[in-house]
Design a protein around this ligand. Structure first.
Ligand SMILES: Cc1ncc(COP(=O)(O)O)c(C=O)c1O
Length: 391
């Protein structure tokens, strides 16, 4: 009998048989943390600089600027655009379905989010709908590579070039993803990554912005530190969004074992893609198309239409069996109360709303073994049988 996990404490939930996330803290990271603590060099210093250098090299850009969170990474990257003619209140196009942080970051940077629906098969912005929302005030498109699945970057860049607008990639969930042999995060003018605990490279809390443009990197360094330039001169409306040495130490440890983390996560993703094939009449799941390499963040499952069970019933059954999962986010403009003031109406973003109402995702991280994933598959199978399906 699976343990009953509903309403349990955080500690009890940590005993999930298939937990959502993990953190790899290496021996090297422990040693660097000890040194930082012993010498009391704990605020931004040489470890942060080294982490930025190694991150940029790994992800194929000239510059990387480490910040406090992925949300800050999104917001600071957008705030750089004030150096390039943007005005407060200008518009930034983002997908309606993403983690709410993407929308919040647009507001935090002083812009207005303009939403475009996604496609349920790809979870990514529907490129065919982008041009219809471009106005003279549009400054940027911020595509999100949700679940590490690359957005259609070549087409997005072509639209951006045509309309002379910037592209900031939200690569929070897409470390190591590739499209036609090119790493995501290297298509746009800048890319923002989250380094939060559940992500492929983590600093526990943290974020980082990459770019090939030295002037943009300089603006980012100023923006993370209150808009400071030179010794004590404030040139921009800045943020306080610095990474500290202890976080960078964890990040350096993760970079050292990055190939191993990525390899184990990709093994898990590919195993599930294969094993979930038999569930195709019931679920739309994340798939790797020709020319794509998914950055394996988590595994998404969306119920197909017309089934005799609901997403909640399915999630509840998995939860009872010790399989931790999360909702497949929400349509920010129509399903997040905090955005109600924008006046959007339910039904405006049907695909995003469908994904939110019928979708969930669960972990495929480096500490999950294939036997645990087989247990997920068996549990799903049991659930479907219970609902009268022959699988
Ligand atoms: C798509 C997306 N954007 C932004 C963020 C924000 O990152 P953080 O939680 O590090 O602030 C996340 C977090 O997971 C995310 O999934």
């Amino acid at each position: 009998m699976a343990p009953k996990l509903k309403n349990l404490s955080v500690e009890a939930k940590a005993q999930y048989r298939v937990p959502f996330g993990t953190v790899s803290i290496t021996e090297q990271a422990r040693q660097l943390i000890d040194t930082a603590l012993d010498t009391k060099f704990v605020t931004r210093g040489k470890y942060v600089a080294e982490f930025e250098k190694q991150f940029a090299k790994l992800f194929g850009t000239r510059e990387a600027v480490a910040v406090s969170s992925g949300t800050d990474a999104d917001a600071l990257a957008l705030a750089v655009l004030y150096d390039y003619g943007a005005q407060r209140g200008d518009e930034v196009i983002i997908p309606a379905l993403t983690f709410v942080a993407t929308g919040n970051a647009v507001f935090q940077a002083g812009f207005k989010p303009v939403f475009v629906d996604v496609k349920r098969e790809t979870l990514n912005i529907d490129v065919d709908q982008i041009e219809a929302v471009i106005t003279p005030r549009t400054r940027a498109i911020m595509p999100v590579h949700l679940m590490g699945k690359p957005a259609a970057m070549e087409r997005i860049m072509a639209i951006a070039r045509k309309h002379k607008i910037y592209v900031v990639e939200d690569a929070a969930e897409a470390h190591g993803a590739q499209l036609n042999g090119q790493l995501v995060g290297t298509f746009g003018h800048m890319a923002a990554y989250s380094l939060y605990a559940a992500h492929i490279i983590t600093t526990i809390e943290g974020g980082i912005v990459t770019t090939n443009d030295a002037a943009m990197a300089e603006a980012l360094r100023s923006l993370r530190n209150h808009g400071l330039v030179n010794k004590f001169e404030f040139q921009r409306i800045g943020f306080s969004a610095k990474m500290n040495e202890l976080e960078a130490a964890v990040g350096l440890g993760n970079i050292k074992i990055y190939e191993d983390i990525l390899g184990r996560r990709r093994r898990n993703l590919l195993h599930l893609i294969e094993r979930f094939k038999k569930f195709d009449p019931y679920f739309i799941t994340i798939k790797e198309e020709q020319g794509e390499k998914i950055g394996p963040h988590a595994y998404s499952v969306i119920l197909r239409e017309g089934l005799n069970f609901s997403k909640d019933q399915c999630v509840e059954y998995l939860d009872q069996a010790g399989i931790d999962s999360r909702n497949l986010f929400y349509s920010i403009p129509t399903q997040c109360l905090s955005y109600a003031f924008l006046g959007h109406k339910l039904g405006e973003f049907p695909e995003s709303e469908y994904c939110a109402n019928h979708g969930f995702h669960f972990g495929i991280h480096q500490d999950i073994e294939l036997t645990q994933l087989d247990y997920v598959v068996e549990t799903v199978e049991k659930f479907l049988r219970l609902k009268g399906h022959k699988v």
